[in-house]
Design a protein around this ligand. Structure first.
Ligand SMILES: [Zn+2]
Length: 419
């Protein structure tokens, strides 16, 4: 967000991995500014319903200075020729569990320039958010949630809050849930994550089972709203999800078993749906984050249900966002591109799936005034795709460049453009 792309450093850096632009006059003259100019881009801005061909985008001090057509403005900084490539907003992954810098860097290199955390230990999300804002480490911008509010907090919660040992036997009642929300607020989270049903990704839990009661859910939402935060609710089962929606949550995460009535209520109340279909794909497959035969069987049952629910939700006009529910760990084999492909296949089509993973996710995370779309004044968060994702959404996984706050975080453009 507050990064400055250094012209001299940038030229040296680009020269190493992108020899084609090494010949651009660099800081030697001492006159060119520190801007970065993208020319001949097929631009999908995350908002418009059609692409703009042959676009020119000028980036200065990490932000988008101008968007036009045709030749690069004279006397500006390094020029990146995107002929044949597609320039999109950086991906906004609305649901992750990224808990360390290595994983955060992996997320960024996959195209996620913003991530919405949904439960990590020791407030790693807040630390990474601050490092991003200082511009010192190549990590995505982070919308932090701290620990999940759940009936049995993560063991590590008690390392951070040893004064709460009375909650070790279970978080029950409105005083207890309000206290947990206050703990999160005291550390500076951006949103509150609550578990409204049991988990899907652990063999001994049943994701259809509701956990908190109406009073507890209402207290969680009220306590969060007091400080201007909203609540996102993990819920697979319909009963827990419906209760969370009635309590006033901002989004339903997963929503596998949602009924039409619950979806209708979500539409009425403007509640977002983040179906995280790729997490169900991952559960169904060996390896990945859920390498367990019980979860494979469960995943095989849940996956068609989740896909069908997403198709229904879209037809009913519910706002849908894209989230992976992954930690981007070292064996990670899915990215937000996979989720956008799932959403497109669920009936949204490529352009709306792209919006779900960029501008709509940004809106759900509350960062839509600075990222998630390519607009003048916004952060220069981009991905460059090799071939048209509108022609075939499966091309969206072929990320050849990632720009994060105007700084190039991944560059494979030295490979010739696809004819
Ligand atoms: Zn999750």
């Amino acid at each position: 967000m507050k990064r400055t792309f250094c012209f001299r450093w940038g030229c040296a850096f680009l020269g190493i991995i992108f020899p084609a632009i090494a010949a651009i006059p660099c800081g030697a003259q001492g006159v060119a500014d520190d801007s970065l100019v993208f020319i001949h881009a097929n631009l999908i801005d995350g908002i418009s319903n059609a692409a703009t061909m042959d676009a020119t985008v000028v980036v200065t001090k990490g932000r988008i200075e101008s968007i036009g057509r045709g030749a690069a403005p004279a006397g500006r900084g390094a020029v990146v020729d995107l002929t044949g490539h597609w320039l999109l907003p950086g991906f906004v992954d609305a649901h992750v569990h990224v808990g360390n810098l290595a994983d955060a860097k992996r997320a960024l290199r996959s195209g996620a320039t913003t991530i919405g955390e949904a439960g990590v230990n020791h407030f790693a999300d807040i630390g990474m958010r601050e490092l991003n804002h200082k511009g010192v480490v190549d990590v995505p911008d982070v919308v932090a949630a701290g620990y999940h509010i759940r009936t049995h907090p993560a063991d590590d919660y008690f390392i951070d809050f040893p004064q709460d040992t009375d909650l070790m036997g279970g978080v029950r009642g409105t005083e207890a849930v309000r206290r947990m929300v206050q703990r999160m607020v005291s550390r500076g989270v951006n949103r509150i994550k609550v578990m409204a049903t049991e988990r899907a990704g652990t063999p001994d839990t049943d994701p259809r089972i509701r956990v908190f009661n109406d009073e507890e859910l209402a207290a969680i939402v009220d306590e969060a709203n007091k400080t201007g935060l909203w609540v996102v609710a993990h819920a697979h089962g319909n009963e827990g999800a419906a209760a969370a929606v009635r309590a006033g949550v901002h989004s339903i995460e997963h929503g596998t078993y949602l009924s039409d009535d619950t979806l209708r209520l979500m539409k009425e109340k403007g509640v977002y749906l983040d179906p995280t279909i790729t997490a169900l794909v991952d559960m169904s497959d060996p390896e990945g984050e859920y390498d367990n035969p019980i979860l494979q069987m469960r995943g095989k049952a849940m996956l068609p249900t989740g896909r069908e629910m997403t198709a229904r939700a879209w037809k009913m006009g519910v706002k849908i966002v894209a989230g992976t529910d992954t930690s981007y760990f070292d064996k990670n084999n899915r990215t937000l591109a996979d989720e956008m492909i799932e959403l497109s296949d669920a009936g949204m089509g490529p352009m709306d799936a792209i919006k779900a993973g960029t501008s709509v996710s940004a809106e759900e995370l509350g960062v839509e005034k600075r990222t998630g779309s390519i607009r003048v004044g916004y952060e220069a968060d981009f991905v460059v795709i090799d071939r048209s994702p509108l022609e075939n959404i499966r091309h969206i996984g072929d990320v050849v460049m990632v720009v994060n706050n105007g700084r190039i975080a991944l560059n494979r453009l030295n490979v010739a453009a696809h004819p």
